[in-house]
Ligand binder design. Structure first.
Ligand code: GFB
Length: 322
């Protein structure tokens, strides 16, 4: 249980996940969260992380800081994805050990599992086969992070746990074509197509891959639940069971946005893995299940996006999530 003696720190509070964690913690009465923007604290720099731990001495850490992006960002910038994530993880996990953090929760991703893992994917599928090439650099960094938590638990007795969420979406996401994931990218494209009265919208790939989507508020709820009720070396999958093809997702987003033109698939863009549905038996056994239905989550996310655009963001400038 987070005992509130000592600070609770959300690393990465400007990202999709970090924002949701802060919303949730503040709603639960956590005031004065020690938040630092990137210009105050660059988590890739060991000396800056050290100074932060020395000054704040966090007792609980949610490690939600990461360089993240959709399939194209992973393909075009794998060097940044492996470098930034490894550095952030090493700096924070090591500082958490040295400064005696009571509990740390590390966030990974379902892309750590083999490309052709048996579905739904159980946690023990880890390292049993080759990874999906489009995000291998990111996946290897995340595997290193969860392994570091495990190793520190084994050698030093650190209470560090790891959560592996499926594909996330929600308010605060990156609505930017070059770096965004599929939900915000399509939402923006359909929105702009409707406004510009375009007849068609391009959807990358074949439309056939299946993805499971989890609303980020559900993930925040799962993270707090795990922080309070789990203390083990095994990673925990977090998913919703909401699995759809990309073609079906595109139709649903078009309906939410009110775009009634044609949807065209662009096979020159990568599909990524054919399917990644997580087995969530472990989280279910711990007493947690997701609650946001996909259509409701998409509507709520679109409302958020429209408000952002209305309040001055062009859409292009709506900030990246890491
Ligand atoms: O969301 P996305 O980039 O994540 O893509 P991944 C999901 C699927 O949507 C892929 C298709 O099959 C894409 O080809 N798609 C269709 C689009 N239109 C679009 C579009 O406009 N933008 C995007 N981004 N996709 C990421 C990994 O993989 O998943 C990360 O690269 C991370 O490492 C994340 O693990 C959860 O599921 O393909």
């Amino acid at each position: 249980m987070i005992d509130r003696e000592g600070a609770t720190w959300v690393a990465g509070h400007r990202g999709l996940v970090g924002r949701a964690l802060v919303r949730r913690l503040e709603a639960d009465g956590f005031t004065d969260l020690p938040l630092r923007d990137r210009d105050q604290l660059d988590l890739r720099r060991e000396d800056e992380v050290e100074r932060f731990f020395e000054a704040v001495r966090p007792a609980y850490v949610f490690l939600a800081a990461a360089r993240v992006g959709g399939i194209l960002a992973n393909v075009t910038r794998p060097g940044e994805f492996i470098h930034d994530n490894l550095r952030i993880q090493v700096n924070l996990i090591e500082a958490a050990r040295r400064y005696g953090v009571k509990k740390l929760l590390f966030l990974g991703s379902s892309c750590i599992y083999p490309k052709y893992a048996e579905q739904p994917i159980r946690e023990d599928a880890l390292l049993t086969g080759p990874l999906e090439p489009t995000n291998r650099a990111y996946a290897v960094a995340k595997i290193a992070g969860l392994e570091m938590c495990r190793a520190y638990r084994a050698q030093y007795g650190c209470r560090f746990i790891s959560l592996m969420p499926t594909n996330l979406y929600g308010p605060g996401d990156t609505f930017d074509e070059a770096s965004g994931h599929v939900v915000p990218s399509l939402m923006r494209r359909f929105h702009e197509a409707r406004r510009g009265r375009s007849e068609s919208v391009a959807v990358w790939g074949s439309g056939r891959p299946r993805r499971e989507f989890l609303h980020v508020d559900d993930l925040a709820d799962a993270a707090l639940h795990a922080m309070d009720h789990y203390d083990g070396e095994e990673v925990l999958n977090v998913g919703s069971g909401n699995e759809v093809t990309i073609a079906e997702l595109a139709r649903r987003i078009a309906a939410v946005v009110g775009f009634d033109g044609r949807i065209e698939f662009d096979p020159s863009k990568p599909d990524g893995p054919p399917r990644k549905l997580l087995d969530v038996a472990r989280m279910t056994a711990l007493g947690w299940t997701a609650s946001m239905p996909l259509d409701e989550g998409l509507r709520q996310t679109y409302d958020w996006y429209r408000n952002q655009v209305a309040s001055g963001g062009s859409g292009a400038s709506i900030r990246p999530s890491a």
